[in-house]
Design a protein around this ligand. Structure first.
Ligand code: C2E
Ligand code: CA
Ligand code: CA
Length: 407
């Protein structure tokens, strides 16, 4: 590995050079941003050790440059200013698309650095989600088409319900599914929800889309019944809930599923703080027809806790950003534990979103979470893949093999 180290304090050089060389890597040192840029351009390092405080300059200036010049160089931050600054720098870098491999407190230099050198950590992915299974087309957040084309695709029947399992952390059994909309494009590729739902909302197509999705879910009723799920969760846009016919729309799904599983409606926290009157009315009607309610993306919407406590929610879905950042810092972990404690004290059932690693799963289980969802257990998939997954898990339970041993 080639390690490049930027620090305005030359006394650090010899210490680091010794450690890096002892681990069999090559080492280059610079004391200014300008020389560091030249070094990166000439030989892009495998790891850039970046001091945050550089006299008049700051390591963040280099991050800015790496991002704007699209240099794919992984970094590890060093600082003598404490964990908070390291944590903040990491957030800034990640938001700019820079991979952060580690945070090194200068006070704990040797302990923090060795794991990065010996060997470089690879992103922790479960065996079931190998790199080849990760979709290769990065999702484009700007839809590549306009409202007319979206309407055409919807009319052509190109909307597909995908299902992501929600797993009991106690026995590894799929207890429920979340339905996530997908759009099949003319070339056969699939568009993820985040790439067309916002357009559907602004182009006034969301109600038609939701109705179409519900009809397609209902058409799969008997196959869903065979999976013996406790609940099926759907996302309802606030644009839909604001309409007087929102409850009618939901009723078509509840009636159409004919008791094959309980319907759960997910409403994002951002929306939950807006019109409490409308939401309370919708929530009461939904519960009266036998549906349950979940706060989605909990922790991101800044709804007042009192607001949330007053609304009749049954489930709380902890946003995936808390889960993905839980091991980043003690602060991130503390916030996650506070969110879990809040939900538990209100008597809500908790679902962790975005669980990708066994370490995340195990800690959430120990923190008392019942349910989890994420790539570790299964990506959103067609009904066929969901059926296979449920069958495998049933097989393991029938034969006394606990799928996800948490002992
Ligand atoms: P959401 O409800 O928070 O859905 C979870 C999103 O996280 C999904 O993206 C899912 O594919 C993704 N996800 C699941 N597990 C993991 C994981 O382990 N790691 C990571 N990084 N991501 C994971 P998707 O399908 O693109 O949906 C994006 C958003 O679009 C949804 O966020 C939801 O708000 C909205 N949406 C999806 N389907 C519908 C729908 O039918 N109607 C409405 N109104 N909104 C929908
Ligand atoms: Ca959701
Ligand atoms: Ca969510």
């Amino acid at each position: 590995m080639h390690i490049l180290y930027l620090d305005d304090d030359p006394r650090m050089e010899s210490t680091l050079r010794r450690i890096v060389r002892r681990h069999g890597h090559s080492f280059e040192f610079c004391t200014s941003i300008q020389t560091c840029k030249a070094a990166v351009t000439q030989t892009p390092p495998d790891l850039l050790l970046l001091d945050l405080g550089l006299g008049q300059e700051s390591g963040l200036d280099l991050i800015e440059w790496l991002a704007t010049t699209k240099q794919r160089v992984p970094v590890a931050f060093l600082s003598g200013y404490g964990d908070d600054l390291l944590d903040t720098a990491q957030r800034i870098a990640k938001a700019r698309g820079i991979e952060v491999r580690g945070l090194i407190s200068k006070a704990l230099l040797v302990n923090d650095l060795i794991p990065l050198l010996n060997p470089l950590p690879s992103p922790e992915l479960p065996a079931a989600v190998s790199a080849s299974a990760v979709p290769q087309n990065p999702s484009h957040h700007n839809p590549p088409f306009d409202a007319t084309q979206l309407a055409e695709r919807l009319n052509a029947g190109a909307l597909e319900p995908f299902f992501q399992p929600i797993i009991s952390l106690v026995d590894g059994r799929p207890c429920g599914v979340e339905v996530l909309a997908r759009l099949r494009l003319a070339d056969g590729s699939l568009l993820e929800a985040r790439d067309f739902i916002p357009l559907a909302e602004t182009a006034n197509l969301i109600d038609a889309l939701t109705q179409d999705l519900f009809d397609k879910i209902i058409a799969l009723r008997e196959r869903l019944r065979a999976l013996d799920l406790n609940f099926l969760s759907v996302n309802l846009s606030r644009f839909t809930i604001e309409q007087p016919h929102a409850t009618e729309l939901l009723q078509t799904l509840v009636t159409g599923l004919n008791g094959c599983c309980r319907v759960q409606v997910e409403i994002t926290e951002t929306w939950a703080r807006h019109d409490r009157q409308v939401l309370r009315d919708f929530a009461a009607r939904a519960q009266l027809m036998g549906a349950s309610l979940a706060i989605d993306d909990f922790g991101t919407g800044y709804a007042s806790l009192r607001n949330l406590a007053e609304l009749p929610f049954n489930f709380l879905k902890i946003d995936l950003s808390f889960v993905s950042e839980m091991f980043d810092s003690i602060k991130a972990m503390t916030v996650l534990m506070a969110v879990i404690g809040f939900g538990q004290r209100l008597g809500l059932k908790l679902i962790a979103e975005g669980v990708e690693t066994e370490a995340q799963r195990d800690l959430l289980f120990r923190a008392g979470l019942d349910l989890a969802q994420g790539y570790l257990f299964g990506r959103p998939s067609s009904i066929e893949t969901l059926e296979e997954l449920c069958m495998q898990s049933q097989f393991c339970i029938d034969h006394g093999v606990i799928l996800h041993s948490l002992e």
